[in-house]
Design a protein around this ligand. Structure first.
Ligand code: ADP
Length: 563
């Protein structure tokens, strides 16, 4: 992520720079175009100021006061009239100054005769406009006044007397107001002469500097004409940059505007900033998109991981379950076998008794037949039938017990209790234990498996028989009852009860307090798991009057739904 990002910075910087250049270029062009438009307005204005008084000296040359003065230059009256005329016309025409020179360039009279810096008495023979007029041409010139130090545009015409040039009349026009108008413009504006010397500008410190270094002949010419009264003209300290130029007037002047570079730079910066912002926006949205994609991928990876873990765990669980079921089945079988072993003695006794009786009856029957007493023999055969029937009953119980039966169906709880008690009847008799059974008045049909229910009941009864060993008047009872939706069998004894330390481990497999060989400690563990498998409950408690009571609860099946 980091590396490609820094790699992207370079092209981004290039794009921003390009945007700057493009923005500045466009703004520069726009500025130049605007400068051009501005010049188109300014140039005619300047032109009209210069042209307005073009004919004034020519018209004045016809004035008799001028020729009079030229004819009698020593006549104070003629000079006074000249001065007055020039002053009046100057005021009416609103020009800078009007003055008359004789052929030698000496000023005979001037509109500013009454001012301290008046032109009267001054000699302007060195000025180009004078020289041109003396040649019979119109003289035009721009320069700084040697007496007033005020810059101005000069137009001169020869004054003829008897067809000959007797003097020169000149008008001086001030361009100061024009220059003042330029001050409203933000951009530098200037007027330069044909040498490139700036003489008017809204940047005062640019004045009397040249745009380019002056060639020596230009410097010599400026010195001879006193155009800028001997000021040393030096090039501008700094190149003012791109400009728009237009030529104006008759003297090869250049009107120039320098559009502000600040605006150009600002526009470039704006473009660069906008581009940078755009790029940043792009980068941010790309980054956000990337983040979102990454998060989605992470989530998907997490989901996949979770799924595979769940699948793994599920497999583990089902494996464990399978093992548990196998183990449980094995335990159930093992429990049955253990119980079979324990019951073997009782069963043997139970079967031995009728067997011995059958043998005795059979022997006697043979004897009766030999003696010719068939009735007695028949009676004995009847006894043999009874005894074998009893044996059959015992064996069928055992067969039912040993069968591995997983089905859950309606079970007659009372019958299961009775057959369980029946199996242990001889055992209890042998031990002198009173075995009482009360199955109640109504039939209780519970959901479960007959063999398993009997297995549990036998186990509980056997434990009770064991517990009452050594108790005076030992007693074990089974009582059935209906409690809500459950059938309950309570197996009680009057033994010593369950000690507290035993109670905690009662249902743990292989927990036993009995001597080795007598108990495996599997009975209650298996019973409890069997009961749970049938959605029932198995619990134990001690009775107030002494002894223990085990409670087996199984869900009842409603009579209608039973079959
Ligand atoms: P086992 O009978 O092989 O010992 P069980 O799981 O059936 O295994 O019984 C575990 C233990 O619970 C017995 O060893 C005995 O200490 C105790 N116990 C079971 N039934 C009774 C009872 N009715 N009265 C007192 N203790 C009992």
């Amino acid at each position: 992520m980091r590396k490609p990002f820094t790699l992207l910075l370079l092209p981004a910087a290039a794009i921003i720079v390009a945007a700057y250049v493009l923005g500045a270029y466009r703004a520069g062009n726009e500025q130049l175009a605007q400068g051009h438009r501005q010049l188109q307005l300014m140039a005619p204005e300047l032109q009209s100021v210069l042209e307005r008084f073009e004919t004034l000296p020519f018209v004045l040359a016809q004035q008799p006061d001028l020729t009079n003065a030229l004819a009698r230059p020593k006549d104070p009256q003629a000079i006074a009239r000249l001065n007055e005329t020039l002053q009046t016309i100057q005021q009416q025409a609103k020009v800078g100054a009007l003055y008359l020179m004789d052929r030698n360039g000496l000023t005979l009279g001037a509109s500013n005769w009454d001012q301290p810096l008046g032109f009267a008495g001054k000699n302007f023979s060195y000025r180009p406009y004078f020289k041109a007029a003396l040649q019979g041409q119109a003289g035009r010139f721009y320069g700084i006044g040697t007496s007033t130090s005020e810059a101005g545009y000069f137009i001169a015409q020869p004054v003829l007397r008897h067809g000959e040039i007797a003097g020169v009349i000149a008008v001086k026009i001030s361009l100061a107001e024009l220059e003042r108008n330029w001050n409203s413009s933000e951009d530098p504006i200037l007027l330069a002469d044909r040498h490139g010397v700036i003489f008017l500008s809204n940047r005062p410190n640019w004045r009397y500097h040249s745009l380019t270094p002056l060639p020596p002949e230009a410097v010599a010419e400026l010195a001879s004409t006193q155009q800028y009264i001997g000021r040393e003209v030096t090039p501008l300290a700094r190149n003012p940059g791109p400009r728009v130029t237009q030529e104006v007037g008759r003297l090869g002047w250049q009107l120039m505007i320098f559009p502000s570079q600040l605006r150009v730079v600002r526009s470039g910066i704006n473009w660069a900033l906008a581009t940078a912002l755009l790029l940043a926006c792009g980068a941010v949205s790309y980054w956000a998109m990337h983040q979102r994609r990454r998060r989605r991928e992470e989530r998907m990876a997490f989901d996949r991981e979770l799924e595979s873990r769940i699948a793994q765990r599920t497999q583990q669980l089902s494996e464990t379950n399978r093992i548990l079921r196998t183990t449980q089945n094995e335990l159930v079988q093992a429990g049955k076998l253990a119980m079979l072993g324990q019951m073997a003695a009782g069963v043997t006794h139970e079967l031995n008794q009728p067997l011995a009786a059958i043998r005795a009856f059979a022997d006697n029957a043979r004897t009766f037949l030999e003696r010719g007493q068939p009735e007695q023999a028949a009676s004995n055969l009847g006894h043999i039938g009874d005894a074998s029937a009893r044996m059959g009953a015992i064996i069928s119980q055992l067969k039912g017990f040993a069968r591995k039966n997983e089905t859950i169906g309606p079970v007659d709880f009372g019958r299961a209790a009775r057959s369980s008690a029946f199996l242990l009847e001889s055992e209890s008799k042998r031990r002198n234990v009173a075995l009482e059974i009360d199955t109640g008045a109504e039939q209780l049909t519970v959901a479960g498996d007959t063999v398993r229910i009997e297995q549990v009941l036998i186990n509980l009864l056997r434990n009770a028989l064991d517990a009452v060993e050594g108790t005076p008047q030992p007693r074990v009872s089974v009582a059935l009852s209906r409690e809500g939706a459950e059938g309950v069998a309570r197996i009680s004894d009057n033994g010593p009860g369950i000690p507290q330390e035993v109670a905690a481990h009662l249902f743990e497999p292989f927990f036993t307090t009995k001597p080795a060989g007598q108990g495996l400690g599997l009975g209650l563990a298996i019973s409890s798991s069997i009961v749970q498998a049938m959605n029932g409950r198995l619990a134990a408690r001690n009775l107030d009057g002494g002894g223990a009571q085990f409670e087996l609860r199984l869900p009842l099946i409603k009579e209608g739904a039973a079959r």
